[in-house]
Design a protein around this ligand. Structure first.
Ligand code: ZN
Length: 182
């Protein structure tokens, strides 16, 4: 069974626009800026045999900020530039009560089913409490990059940078492989 690293799209793979309350994801391909700084980290994750799966809530589809087609176009371009195995998204509004809007774990469940993931040996890299809550619900180990978005809920590890977080994941994963061998 394969393990995966789940990564939040916004702020990790794609730059957000504006600050604080006005912070938002890009609405059009032309305003999407890819965080190329993460490339070596994603390569290291792949080299260790882990899948890279991006997840994201995009209520802008339901709210009419952008179309699903535009979003999928952005994701096609994103996958051309960065080694991402799959991008999952929730297109619903926050109060739609769908199973895929994080903190509900639908996106994680879908990827687990599709790739037959070893969920208990898979990892989350994010800064959002919604991700940590969804990860906890399905048994994914959460590594949170410290930020004001962390909240006060459960998380397994807190790190100061994305690079430290990836090192932590690779260390945990290598240790896990050792346990299998002995
Ligand atoms: Zn949804």
């Amino acid at each position: 069974m394969k393990s995966a690293v789940f990564i939040e799209r916004d702020g990790f793979l794609v730059k957000t626009i504006g600050n604080d309350e006005r912070e938002r994801p890009p609405h059009r391909v032309e305003e999407m800026q890819i965080q190329m700084e993460i490339l070596p980290f994603l390569e290291a994750v792949h080299d260790a045999g882990l899948l890279v799966i991006a997840t994201t809530n995009q209520p802008g589809v339901a709210n009419g900020d952008f179309s699903r087609r535009e979003l999928e176009l952005m994701h096609t371009l994103l996958r051309r530039r960065l080694p991402i195995d799959q991008i999952l998204f929730c297109p619903h509004a926050e109060d739609d009560d769908c199973p895929c809007h994080k903190p509900r774990p639908g996106q994680f469940r879908e990827a687990t089913f599709e790739h037959r993931l070893d969920i208990n040996h898979s990892y989350l890299l994010s800064e959002n409490w919604q991700d940590a809550a969804a990860a906890q619900a399905v048994g994914i180990t959460s590594i949170m990059v410290e930020s004001q978005k962390n909240g006060n809920g459960h998380r397994d590890f807190v790190v100061d940078t994305i690079g430290t977080g990836v090192s932590k994941i690779l260390h945990l994963h290598a240790h896990q492989s050792e346990l299998f061998v002995h």
